[in-house]
Write a protein that binds this ligand. Structure first.
Ligand SMILES: [Zn+2]
Length: 80
């Protein structure tokens, strides 16, 4: 069996925001990883190109940027 390696698109992004509870400065970073593969298709059935997969990462990143975040202390309180 040959090993099929799909091309990976890695997208690193970071944000600085305020804790949704106490307003303390919070910084977060994330890595969005997507692969260019035959199952990742456009609505018209064509396989997504690297640029199109990258555009998906962009969309996901902007969603992540609008997500509220909590500082460590508030996170602890929230999980209690
Ligand atoms: Zn907080």
């Amino acid at each position: 069996m040959p090993i099929i390696k799909f091309e990976q698109v890695r997208y690193n992004t970071r944000k600085r925001c305020k804790c949704a509870s106490c307003g303390k400065a919070v910084s977060r970073s994330t890595t969005i990883i997507k692969t260019v593969n035959p199952f990742n298709k456009n609505a018209d059935g064509s396989i997504k190109t690297r640029a199109e997969v990258r555009a998906d990462c962009d969309k996901e990143a902007s969603k992540w940027h609008t997500k509220p975040e909590w500082c460590k202390d508030c996170n602890e309180q929230r999980s209690r």
